[in-house]
Design a binder for this molecule. Structure first.
Ligand code: ADP
Length: 507
């Protein structure tokens, strides 16, 4: 799963950090359906926790299939209504107004995300410029929705052209590891193309999606264009994936849930975009600049507390520098400040939930049992400043072989496995010996090694001497069990359109 692993820029916090976002009082226990904010039809709700303290911070409406049905009807009504008459420049102006409102409210949004899913304010505040660029990119794309005039070899006087039309109602199923960003990979193309959406945020992190929905309406987005139904994945999410009047699903989450969505989508042959799990290789050659490569590789795995789908969790290190890299890596990981992300000095926040924490601790245990060497970290941090939060030390395993469980399965925590290799062929054979294909990286001073590895890694996104940067105009995508459907770039917008061929007999 994934939000882009953007390098967060530290910023001095303002007085806003002392204020709890207003949405914690007024917007919880409410769904947005059409122009109405209201409770789930069943009246049910569930707790949302701050993972840094274990405290309940909000109660969310627990939407189910009937709420999803109401939201899809509202989205269909909006799709066929006034919204369908909006011109490209109207949608562009709306996106620019939304951009300005998001920017104006950004500190509140960043704080909300920190309280909701634990990412430090250092990271969430640092996302401001990136989210601004994302929205600006999609605002620019509104005027790029175009077909073509095509040559043909038909007899007679027939002109052929293609038209593009919005696919319709999009179901957006969002992960918990960075909803502040990841919702834009859906909202951006939806609003740019004239589609409508029903958003189903993750049960562990719904608040920034609710707050942004308020801002969308404040910016003048017509009722029903974006609807939000909070609730459980297996209930509200499954109902959205199955709904016969949803045309496309944009999903980011686990490979296992991706499989369920593929099955559910068969009912009406939905279009799908799936960004799924990863176990990305990060290949460090002996000729790399270790002063840059070691911290870079460490943060490739530890950023967002390892809760990034394309985290570089398998660090392949050329054998001649293996000991040196392991030593530097453990030294670096011990300098990382773990804690409640509300503290601007904190670099790594908690794991999102008690369930995920258990999962991470279970993998750390398996790593040791299967014979990997625990070089640093490995413990849950509790008591004192950590209280009952879901914290774990950044963890480095040495002496890992690529077939161990910790090198094959997605852990989604701050755990890096160091695996030695001899030469580029060896590194690539290990790197590609995995079911996933999301990201990959190479650290080297040699251009030919960099290109050889970029060609050789079987994954959708490759970084050379850097990790995790994503530009909205370039985008990223997956391969194999990491899913399909490019995010970002003009082809992303194109995937929210369908094409018609028009054969025009002019005789
Ligand atoms: P994780 O296991 O890490 O929580 P998931 O893939 O389960 O990741 O969650 C990603 C998103 O998918 C969340 O919004 C979740 O509610 C939703 N989800 C979970 N199960 C289903 C399902 N069966 N159908 C549709 N959406 C689901």
């Amino acid at each position: 799963m994934s939000p882009p692993n953007v390098q967060a820029q530290a910023r001095a916090p303002g007085a806003h950090l002392a204020d709890r976002p207003a949405i914690l009082q007024h917007a919880t226990q409410r769904l947005l359906i059409g122009d109405q904010w209201g409770p789930a039809a069943s009246g049910k709700s569930f707790d949302s926790f701050n993972p840094a303290t274990g405290e309940v911070i909000a109660r969310l409406a627990e939407g189910d299939a009937s709420d999803i049905d109401r939201a899809v009807q509202a989205a269909r009504l909006a799709f066929n209504g006034e919204w369908s008459q909006w011109k490209p420049y109207d949608r562009q102006r709306l996106l620019l107004r939304i951009h300005d409102l998001i920017d104006k409210n950004f500190e509140e949004l960043a704080l909300l995300e920190t309280l909701d899913m634990g990412a430090p304010v250092q990271r969430t505040l640092g996302l401001r410029r990136y989210i601004s660029q994302l929205i600006m990119f999609y605002a620019g794309q509104t005027i790029n929705v175009a077909g073509a005039t095509l040559p043909n070899s038909l007899p007679g006087n027939i002109t052929t052209l293609s038209l593009k039309a919005p696919v319709g109602v999009v179901g957006g199923i969002i992960p918990w590891n960075g909803p502040l960003i990841s919702q834009w990979w859906i909202l951006g193309p939806v609003l740019a193309t004239g589609c409508t959406a029903v958003m189903k945020p993750a049960e562990d992190a719904s608040l920034s999606v609710l707050r942004i929905a308020e801002l969308l309406r404040e910016a003048g987005m017509p009722a029903g264009v974006v609807n939000v139904v909070t609730g459980q994945g297996g209930v509200a999410g499954a109902a959205l994936a199955e709904h016969p009047d949803v045309d496309r699903i944009a999903f980011t989450g686990s490979t296992e849930t991706g499989r369920k969505i593929i099955r559910a989508s068969a009912s009406n042959i939905k279009r799908l975009q799936l960004e799924l799990g990863g176990k990305s290789p990060d290949i460090l050659f002996a000729d790399a600049d270790l002063d840059v490569a070691v911290p870079g590789a460490a943060m490739a795995a530890f950023n967002n507390t390892g809760q990034i789908c394309y985290a570089g969790t398998r660090l392949f290190v050329q054998r001649s520098v293996q000991e040196q890299v392991l030593e530097r890596l453990t030294t670096f990981s011990r300098t990382l400040r773990v804690g409640n992300g509300i503290d601007p000095k904190v670099q790594l926040g908690p794991i999102v939930s008690a369930k995920q924490l258990d999962n991470v601790m279970r993998y750390i245990d398996i790593g040791s049992k299967e014979g990997a060497t625990l070089a640093s970290g490995g413990k849950r941090l509790q008591g004192g400043d950590f209280g009952e939060g879901f914290f774990v030390e950044p963890t480095v395993f040495g002496n890992v072989s690529n077939d161990m469980t910790i090198a094959q399965e997605e852990i989604f925590g701050p755990v890096i496995s160091v695996i030695p290799f001899d030469d580029a062929e060896h590194a690539l054979s290990l790197a590609n010996d995995i079911d996933y294909g999301l990201g990959g990286a190479v650290w080297t001073r040699s251009l030919s090694t960099a290109m050889k590895v970029s060609h050789g890694i079987k994954a959708g996104t490759i970084w050379v001497n850097c990790y995790g940067q994503i530009d909205p105009g370039v985008g990223f995508g997956g391969y194999r069990m990491s899913g399909y459907g490019w995010k970002g770039g003009p082809q992303h917008v194109d995937a929210f359109l369908y094409q018609k061929a028009v054969y025009l007999n002019l005789d």
